[in-house]
Design a protein around this ligand. Structure first.
Ligand SMILES: C[S@@+](CC[C@H](N)C(=O)[O-])C[C@H]1O[C@@H](n2cnc3c(N)ncnc32)[C@H](O)[C@@H]1O
Length: 157
C-alpha cells in the first residue's frame, strides 16, 4: 500500500472512531493530546460544539481555523501537561483522543506506556480513549466496521 493510501486510511479511521466515540461519550470534557495541524481537534469541535475540549501540545502549530482558545490549551510536554490538567479538573475527561508518536512502534509503545497512567487519572467512569495505538492499560472496544483491523483503536476506561 502506498503511503498516500495509508494516510487516507488513517484519516478515515480517525474520523470514524471520533464520530463513534462522541456518540457514546458520558458527560464531561474532551481532551486532544497532540494538536499538530489541528485537523482532529477541528473535527471534534464541529461534532461536539457543546463540550470543553482541552488540548495538549508542546507547540502551537495549528491552522488558525483550528486553534483552541488560550484558556483550554496546555502548551508543554504531554506528561507534565496531563498531570497539570489532573490538578485542574480531576477525573472529568469523557473522551480523550491520543495522537502522539512518530509511527515507529519501538518508540511509540514505550511512550504510550508512560502516558497511560496519566490518562487513566483523567478519564471519568465509562470514558472513551481513541488512539493511534493500543493502550494495554485499558480495555479495547470494537472500532466501527469501516476501520481496518488495528488501524485505529478505541478503549473504555
Ligand atoms: C501527529 S501530530 C497530531 C496531529 C493532529 N491530531 C491533527 O489531526 O492534526 C502530533 C503532535 O504531537 C506533538 N507532540 C509529540 N510528542 C509530544 C510530547 N511528548 N508532548 C507534547 N506534544 C507532543 C507534536 O508537537 C505534534 O504537534
Amino acid at each position: 500500500m502506498s503511503r498516500l493510501d495509508s494516510a487516507i486510511r488513517r484519516l478515515c479511521a480517525q474520523r470514524d472512531c471520533l464520530n463513534a466515540a462522541v456518540a457514546d461519550a458520558p458527560e464531561g470534557a474532551f481532551l486532544e493530546v497532540g494538536l499538530g495541524n489541528g485537523r482532529t481537534y477541528n473535527h471534534l469541535r464541529e461534532i461536539a460544539p457543546d463540550r470543553d475540549i482541552w488540548v495538549i501540545d508542546r507547540q502551537m502549530n495549528a491552522h488558525p481555523a483550528s486553534a483552541p482558545p488560550d484558556a483550554l490549551f496546555l502548551c508543554g510536554e504531554a506528561d507534565d501537561m496531563l498531570a497539570a490538567l489532573h490538578g485542574r479538573i480531576g477525573r472529568k475527561v469523557a473522551l480523550a483522543h491520543y495522537d502522539l508518536g512518530v509511527g515507529i512502534e519501538e518508540q511509540d509503545t514505550p511512550l504510550r506506556a508512560r502516558m497511560a497512567p496519566l490518562l487513566r487519572d483523567l478519564l471519568a467512569p465509562a470514558a472513551l480513549l481513541v488512539a493511534n495505538g493500543r493502550f494495554d492499560l485499558f480495555d479495547t472496544i470494537p472500532a466501527p466496521d469501516t476501520v481496518p483491523k488495528d488501524r485505529y483503536f478505541m478503549h473504555r476506561a
